[in-house]
Design a binder for this molecule. Structure first.
Ligand code: NAD
Length: 503
């Protein structure tokens, strides 16, 4: 398998980015002065220096967001004014794509080319949210009889805590923040401790765009120290979390006990179903892309394929051959498609999942080993065959470049296998038979079903999961409404009558 290196990586990496938190309109360090460094998983050099905040910093950030909501101008501004700020932020991101893409690449280990696409893609999310801001409206009921008029108002929900993971740091934040701001909410954000860079750069952009103080606050640090107070604090009205199902469950329990609104985007074990009449080349390409994109560290990773028995051997062989061509290596190399794994811990988890599959009786038909030269954290693109639905590798997220191959004989069996995990984030169906595609699309329990394509996404289309993959949806035309409360206002028209005790 190819492994590409870069001779002048130190020159491209340059000096570490020293990010500062944003609290009440000011860039600041942790009150304790503590700092944490982030080393690039591909090069093992320090690429970022960040405040290592504690509970007291998180509480300062929550207080600022609360005051900005209760006393500040933002929630009561016209939608036009809020949209103008969002559009300025979009321009600010556009102007810093290269700088943000480099830190995203260095901290996550993903290819720089891909990080560039991710950062520039965020610009569209901010613009889309600005368009929704101006279309947010309630309802009126002029049908309640002569004496009544009903008006349903949409009001911002209040202070929203946003807790994000490390795999698509700026993209995932941009699925939340501009929509909450469009609604008139204020926010406290905690990025993953492994990937603070682009979120803190966004803080600088928000200031330059003229966002009033306290409307967005960013704190950096560990989950239990900084994330946990953002969930339980009584001044927070809603929690929007993207991350693992394990932490999502903790957050839902805590938010539930406090009766806070919560939205969760969690894990997935997403199947691609391959029928014999599929567009062969496109399906092979989508399988390879679907599982190795972002080194498989993707909630939407197509980490299982379900292949019809009649073509299983030939199709799997074609996937193996195509996978051998995937360039792995230094994420700074322009041709690399699979970069480094985020951390030693994640490497260990991926290797344990491969070992467990082998012990359960599956075959490692390709890869399965550490790749490249240390200290870089790389794993070979891996294909596990002979997998059955009862094996852990078929049921649990690996979050690495590991594909499981299962087989089926009928449409019904394929659908049953697709639904045979606790997750329900996404799935794909590959067939030229429209009846087969539509049946599968209807019957598979997943927030997104792709038909003859994979991983396409549009701001207009809702994204989220069934079952253990989450609660609620992001994006789509209702994305701003999710950050609002409805208020019913009932008006009486004309002469008032005493209906309870007539005179
Ligand atoms: P994680 O759950 O470990 O961490 C996510 C965030 O939660 C981090 O910021 C972390 O610091 C914080 N956190 C940890 N413990 C906390 C606590 N007790 N209280 C509050 N916050 C806490 O997830 P991760 O490893 O960063 O990301 C990978 C996971 O995210 C995968 O399971 C993946 O499927 C999921 N994910 C889902 C989506 C989606 O949209 N469905 C998108 C991307 C990632």
């Amino acid at each position: 398998m190819k492994f590409l290196t870069v001779d002048n990586s130190a020159e491209i990496i340059g000096a570490p980015y020293k990010g500062r938190m944003l609290i009440n309109g000011e860039l600041c360090d942790a009150q304790s002065g503590d700092q944490a460094e982030r080393r690039s998983p591909a090069h093992d050099v320090v690429v970022g220096l960040y405040p290592n905040a504690a509970r007291a910093d998180a509480v300062r950030a929550i207080d600022a967001a609360r005051a900005a909501f209760d006393e500040g101008a933002w929630p009561n501004m016209s939608a036009r004014e809020r949209a103008d700020v969002l559009l300025k932020v979009a321009d600010g991101i556009s102007a810093r794509v290269e700088e943000m893409a480099l830190i995203e690449c260095l901290e996550t280990g993903k290819p720089l080319t891909q990080a560039r696409g991710e950062v520039s893609g965020c610009v569209d999310l901010w613009k889309y949210a600005a368009s929704l801001a101006r279309n947010l409206h309630g309802e009126s009921y002029n049908t309640l009889g002569e004496s009544h008029l009903g008006v349903v108002l949409r009001q911002p929900v209040g202070v929203v805590s946003m807790i994000t993971p490390w795999n698509f740091p700026i993209w995932i934040l941009s699925q939340k923040l501009p929509f909450a701001l469009a609604a008139g909410c204020t926010a406290v954000i905690k990025p993953s401790e492994l990937t603070n860079g682009t979120t803190l750069m966004l803080g600088e952009i928000l200031l330059e765009a003229g966002l009033p103080k306290g409307v967005v606050n960013i704190v950096t640090g560990l989950g239990p120290a900084v994330g946990q107070p953002l969930v339980g604090h009584p001044k927070v009205d809603m929690v929007s979390f993207t991350g693992s199902t394990r932490v999502g469950r903790l957050i839902a329990a805590e938010a539930g006990a406090a009766l806070k609104k919560v939205s969760l985007e969690l894990g997935g074990k997403n199947p691609q179903i391959i029928f014999p009449d599929c567009d062969w080349d496109a399906a092979v390409d989508a399988v390879v892309f679907g599982v190795y994109f972002n080194a498989g560290e993707c909630c939407n990773s197509g980490s299982r394929i379900l292949v019809h028995k009649d073509i299983a051997e030939r199709f799997t062989q074609a996937v193996i051959e195509r996978t051998r061509q995937v360039p792995v290596g230094d994420p700074l190399h322009p041709d690399v498609k699979v970069g480094a794994i985020i951390s030693e811990t994640q490497m260990g988890g991926i290797q344990a999942a491969i070992d467990e599959a082998r012990e359960a009786g599956a075959t490692i038909s390709l890869g399965g080993e550490r790749h490249g030269t240390e200290p870089g954290l790389y794993i070979q693109p891996t294909i596990v065959t002979g997998v059955t639905s009862d094996m852990t590798i078929a049921r649990e997220e690996v979050f690495g470049p590991v594909l499981s191959v299962l087989t089926f004989e009928s449409v019904d069996e394929a659908i049953a296998l697709a639904n045979d995990t606790c997750y329900g984030l996404s799935a794909a169906v590959w067939s030229k038979d429209i009846d087969v595609c539509l049946k599968a699309a209807r019957k598979i329990d997943a927030g997104t079903v792709w038909v003859n394509t994979f991983l396409d996404g549009f701001a207009e289309l809702p994204f989220g999961g069934f079952r253990d993959s989450g609660l609620g949806r992001e994006l789509g035309r209702h994305a701003v409404e999710d950050y609002t409360e409805q208020k019913t206002v009932q008006l009486h028209i004309g002469e008032r009558t005493n209906w309870w005790l007539p005179k």
